[in-house]
Ligand binder design. Sequence first.
Ligand code: SF4
Ligand code: SF4
Length: 442
Amino acid sequence: MQYLPNILFVIALVLGIGFFAKNVKRLSRNIKLGRDVDVSDNKPQRWKNMAKIALGQTKMVVRPIAGFLHIIVYVGFVIINIEVLEIILDGILGTHRVFAPLGALYDFLIASFEVLAFLVIVAVVIFWLRRNVIKLQRFLKPEMKGWPKKDGNLILYIELVLMFLFLTMNAADYQLQQLNVAHYTKAGMFPVSQFIAPLFEGLSTSTLILIERTAWWLHILGILAFLNYLYYSKHLHILLAFPNTYYGSLRPQGQFDNLESVTNEVKLMMDPDADPFAAPVEDDAGEPEKFGASDVSDLNWVQLLNAYTCTECGRCTSECPANQTGKKLSPRKIMMDTRDRLEEVGKNIDANKGKFTDDGKQLLNDYITPEELWACTSCNACVEACPVSIDPLSIIMDMRRYLVMEQSAAPTDLNNMMGNIENNGAPWPFNQMDRLNWVEEN
Ligand code: SF4
Ligand code: SF4
């Protein structure tokens, strides 16, 4: 019986981490459904980007209030993990405050965790007010109704509860230390929880132990539950912001990639020695290449990683000129739709023993409409605004490519312009010979 808590703790830990590992496997499988893309270039620049953008949060502080509050929550999350390590070791070994022999350093660490926990509570309350009372425009867009709104609030509640449990645990511990109760080593400094401790004055030792143990268990079980909640939430960005900024595009903004098959065809057209009757070269797979993207498997894996990383912050949408002028386009929705469809495809594969079975749906039309795609001005403002190097424009352009090249479904004006370029070498409906007539005009 003496080891029962240790055994229960190890079971909870194995279940929590095991379920998380299963979800990470599913996540990686889904991302790999995307086409391959070579992002092995310029590693030093990629590491620099990750250090600057994900670790240093440089793009977050462009909006100082949200940026500053986010840094508090982020630093709190990273540093409090040291405390979680102690809890895990205590849980497995049956010890209490196993790092206490660190002495003054330990006192300093516990004091800083407490201050951070307090600051996280303040930040979370302000975040909640911004979402629910001040009602910032970008949190009220149509794509933020339902689950995205609940998800945003839920995570704030979880953080709040976890921080209160941590402080309650320390406050009860502080009282037990004052009473010299065996097992409760005198260690730690409690600049915040000492103000909660008076609430427990006069309680019996057994009640205090019950409070301390309950808060301790709920705190660690809450952390394990939070870990597993990540997969179902936009808060996956806590983990994915790092690879996402590493694999972010290094190309100058606005530079599009050329389709290799089209480039080859144009080169052939320009080559005076080419045989116009030569049979087209089959590609290695033997299948005709699909131009552009109509579903998630036509996108590359970095675009799919982007979709899972999106924090739904709406900075892109608030900068988008199309959205600002009332058009149907929201770059945030493009990313959320891509993630939703990818999840749907993943569940389909799970339900069909590892093989995707046609469900009669696709990203185009069922999630993202041509109207949204054609509203984009390709200005790159969304790419510039994103704090985690997401590129919604690349998905929009790939889907437009599909509409134009596979379905000839561009808007009439655009079709006219493309026809003119093809026939006249210019966007205007004039003969090539007349193109420079304007030079002669007075
Ligand atoms: S590139 Fe398109 S989606 Fe992005 S901000 Fe500009 S108009 Fe909006
Ligand atoms: S794409 Fe970037 S800026 Fe837009 S909502 Fe997602 S994380 Fe925020």
